[in-house]
Design a protein around this ligand. Structure first.
Ligand code: PLP
Length: 398
């Protein structure tokens, strides 16, 4: 018996691989600073935890509607109106087991076998695998450093064919930290409208923007975009609730209905307790304060990291405006050797760096072999020590 082709072709996550390598070294007593973190290093706030305890106490432990409990959908509608100027009805909202699940369902609902999906590159490594699973074909569009790692409307237009069905946008972006401006999104929206293209807009890092930057949802830019965009968001990053597994999407009613039907057979509802707690997270006035404090801590680390990396020889990095990653170009180090072994790309750079006690994610995982991704969702002490080691490691290259 052989495993199905569509599953055989799925690439294992390089981010998890590097984390596993770092963990193994740590268990052997080696000191490793891990820059791979994909989740905030803050506890979920107490008032959210208390709401989960209440859910258990009152017996809110059974199935909910497959697409999510009514109170949570109401809270999500309120959030969209308040934060994004988007008016949705509850039948346009589907709550899922994490935004990853929302994304997979959204792609399945929009993409038919052989349809092309445009993906600006660098990209979050999960998208191409989900597109593959859904039967779509990824068309990568290089969003270069010179344009802040953002795809232009002209680039989008140049890559459209009669098979193009949709575009996946991710702002603020993982791995680059790029944040699209309203003007950039509006230019992209015009091209989408001209060619009748859907957008799946992953806005999970929406609350983590810095330096006066503003998050804009492309869905809010015109009636056409609202009717042709699936907005994906979730509780993981904004409320430090990665383990609770609550994501959600907002879409035209027909798509939301399709996603809900699909989900009713795949996972049914997301965890009832986590949904109950998410209502508290979205509705509590304490959340604004929690998010503002987290955002300020991230911003301080971001500034330190960018400044230090910019002062490190062989490293070029542009300032990320959102999320909690720095995407640094280390190709200046390629061709040199570390203890007799040649650095030929981001994989060998990351492997050699690990020998010096620094775990980094190679950029090739995100479609750019010139770069590495460093997360600042770790303590400032670890950032300082990790960057000191990085400088020392690069200094050792010959
Ligand atoms: C860009 C992006 N979208 C979605 C997700 C998934 O979030 P969730 O934990 O809700 O599945 C992540 C998580 O790392 C992410 O980086």
């Amino acid at each position: 018996m052989s495993i199905a082709k569509k599953v055989k072709e799925i690439a294992p996550s390089l981010t998890l691989e590097i984390t596993a390598k770092a963990k193994k070294l740590k268990s052997e007593g080696v000191s490793v600073i891990g820059f791979g973190a994909g989740e905030p290093d803050f506890n979920t706030p107490d008032y959210i935890i208390d709401a989960a305890k209440k859910a258990l106490d009152i017996g809110f432990t059974k199935y909910t509607a497959a697409s999510g409990m009514a109170e949570l959908k109401d809270a999500i509608c309120t959030k969209f109106l308040k934060d994004n100027g988007l008016e949705y009805k509850p039948n346009q909202i589907v709550v899922s087991t994490g935004a990853k699940s929302s994304l997979y369902h959204a792609i399945c609902a929009v993409v038919d076998d052989g349809d092309e999906v445009i993906l600006p590159s660098p990209f979050w490594l999960t998208y191409p695998e989900l597109i593959k699973l859904a039967g779509g074909v990824t068309v990568y569009v290089k969003a270069g450093k010179e344009n802040g790692y953002k795809m232009t409307a002209a680039q989008l237009e140049a890559n459209i064919t009669d098979k193009t069905k949709c575009l996946i946008l991710n702002t603020p972006n993982n791995p680059t930290g790029a944040v699209y401006t309203e003007k950039e999104l509006s230019d992209i929206a015009k091209v989408c409208e001209k060619y009748g293209i859907y957008v799946i807009s992953d806005e999970i890092y929406e609350k983590l923007v810095y330096g006066g930057e503003k998050h804009v949802s492309i869905a809010a830019l015109s009636d056409y975009m609202k009717e042709h965009t699936v907005v994906v968001n979730g509780m993981s990053k904004s409320y430090s609730m990665t383990g609770w597994r609550i994501g959600y999407l907002a879409a035209p009613a027909e798509i939301a209905k399709g996603v809900s039907s699909m989900q009713s057979h795949t996972t049914s509802n997301a965890c009832s307790i986590a949904q109950y707690a998410s209502v508290a997270a979205l509705n509590s006035p304490e959340s604004d304060k929690f998010i503002a404090e987290m955002q300020q801590v991230f911003d301080e680390r971001r500034k330190y990291m960018v400044k230090t990396l910019q002062e490190t020889e062989g490293v070029v990095c542009i300032e990320p405006k959102g999320a909690f990653y720095v995407f640094a170009d280390v190709s200046g180090c390629y061709g040199k050797s570390f203890r007799g072994e040649k650095i030929t790309g981001s994989l060998s750079f990351a492997d050699a760096a690990l020998k010096c006690g620094i775990a980094l994610v190679p950029g090739i995982a995100f479609g750019d072999d010139n770069c590495i991704r460093l997360s600042y969702a770790i303590s400032i002490e670890d950032i300082k020590e990790g960057l000191r080691r990085l400088k020392e490691f690069i200094g050792e290259l010959k």
